[in-house]
Design a protein. Structure first.
Ligand code: AMP
Ligand code: MG
Length: 428
């Protein structure tokens, strides 16, 4: 058996970032920038009003209330030519360019039109710059707006659009082939034939890959036949950036993924026994003429998902150019005894994490922990990480890997200045 850390090292060797390509900004969400974005325009582009109100010379309002002559109206989108002189004001809308001569805006709520709108009373004294937005206040020309390696979110799409940038170079989303292996898998509808089970791994893996923002191609089920498996893997490898299979990687007589990889796998291909429970067996390497990265996950439904979590998602994220590969691991306390036996392995207990009234995270088991008991995986929102030993008693600290969250850093990580119990209501 090798440690989780060693196994991850071996897996990540097969996870080089995919070459960047230029995509439309709208398609870049979830992708990672390959180059910094430099602003060639300022945002805002011109001096404008932050309020609906009146553009004035601040000095005219020093002895407020002050009555000023209204010399015009400026709407958003106008390119005004008028000038606000001493004793004058211009009606102005949010986002409209500030007219020449004006240096402040009085919000409409602090004004009173008089003389049918020919004049206005400014009720408060203003300082130059009040409610004025200056060019470049958000972004200046030449700013590095986003460094390379930024993961694009919808807010990034907004910023890029505000700069007139329509395309960006990003690492593409890996296209991932998914296959199930096993003669026992029944693909039809209706009652199960004797000895058969339904395929749950493939739909679960397809769903999690899609939820993680990867492109998925479903290559179906292949039986426990070496030749058929070799053909199916080759077809998948030719079409995709990575191949993910489940089943057939342990030491049974018909563990054909292992047998096929032993014969046909490219350099660096190996299968291993990882010192974790569940999900001990794992095959990793390259397949086909394209030397496509290959991840052979165990067949037990919980093991397949655990193995995906610990190995495949991080590898695919690395291929997508991400630097934050893992979900957050936080500190919780056991709300009940979390027992285990010493066996040289790290145990990943399907668990439920919640917040106590004092903000501290607490963790309980999600129920049955055998690797075929998939329902407790669905019930879990975290894995409690139990190092080799006898487990932990009530009130003792436990590391928990939170499922369903990414990129939020780790509580206690000083980059975020957060301590456990920082008061936000976790949502999962
Ligand atoms: P294997 O690793 O192929 O020996 O499979 C281990 C266990 O997982 C066996 O009980 C299989 O029947 C089960 N299994 C394998 N593949 C799947 C699948 N796609 N869906 C559900 N169970 C599976
Ligand atoms: Mg099998």
């Amino acid at each position: 058996m090798i440690s989780l850390a060693e196994a991850r090292q071996l897996v990540l060797e097969h996870a080089d970032p995919l070459p960047a390509r230029v995509v439309d900004v709208a398609d870049a969400v979830g992708c990672v920038l390959d180059q910094p974005v430099v602003a060639t325009e300022a945002v805002p582009p011109f001096v404008n009003s932050a309020m609906d109100g009146y553009a004035v010379r601040a000095a005219d309002t020093a002895d407020a209330p002050a009555s000023l002559a209204v010399v015009g109206t400026i709407l958003a989108g106008d390119a005004p030519t008028l000038t606000v002189g001493t004793g004058q004001a211009a009606r102005i809308m949010t986002g409209a360019p500030l007219p020449a001569g004006a240096d402040a805006v009085c919000m409409v709520e602090r004004t009173r039109p008089t003389g049918d709108g020919a004049s206005v009373v400014i009720e408060i004294a203003l300082r130059a710059g009040d409610h004025v937005r200056h060019p470049g206040e958000d972004i200046r020309v030449g700013d590095i707006v986003f460094p390379a390696q930024t993961a694009v979110t919808p807010a990034h799409v907004g910023v890029l659009s505000s700069l007139g940038i329509r395309q960006v170079p990003v690492h593409p989303r890996p296209r991932v082939a998914v296959l199930s292996t096993g003669d026992e898998l029944f693909g039809g509808d209706g009652p199960l034939p004797a000895g058969k089970i339904r395929d749950s791994n493939r739909p679960a893996l397809v769903a999690t890959l899609a939820a993680d923002g990867f492109e998925v191609l479903d290559f179906g089920v292949v039986g426990d036949d070496e030749r058929a498996a070799a053909e199916a893997f080759a077809a998948a490898a030719a079409k995709c950036d990575a191949v993910v299979t489940s089943g057939g990687v342990s030491v049974g007589d018909r563990d054909i993924v292992r047998l096929v990889l032993d014969q046909l796998g490219g350099p660096g291909t190996r299968w291993m026994q990882v010192a974790i429970k569940p999900a001990k067996p794992l095959a990793v390497g390259r397949f086909g003429d394209t030397a496509t990265p290959f991840f052979g996950l165990p067949g037990n439904p919980v093991s397949a998902l655990v193995s995906y979590e610990l190995f495949v998602r991080p590898a695919l994220r690395a291929m997508a150019g991400h630097h934050r590969l893992d979900r957050p691991v936080l500190r919780a306390v056991a709300a009940e005894p979390l027992e285990r036996r010493p066996d040289g392995k790290l145990h990943l207990l399907r668990a439920r994490v919640s917040t106590r009234p004092d903000g501290q995270l607490q963790v309980r088991t999600a129920g049955g922990q055998a690797s075929h008991q998939l329902r407790t995986m669905a019930d879990a929102n975290a894995f409690a990480l139990l190092p080799d030993g006898h487990g932990v008693g009530t009130g003792q600290p436990v590391a928990v890997l939170l499922l369903g969250a990414h990129g939020i850093g780790t509580v206690g990580d000083d980059r975020f200045g957060l301590e456990p119990g920082f008061g936000l209501e976790p949502r999962w």
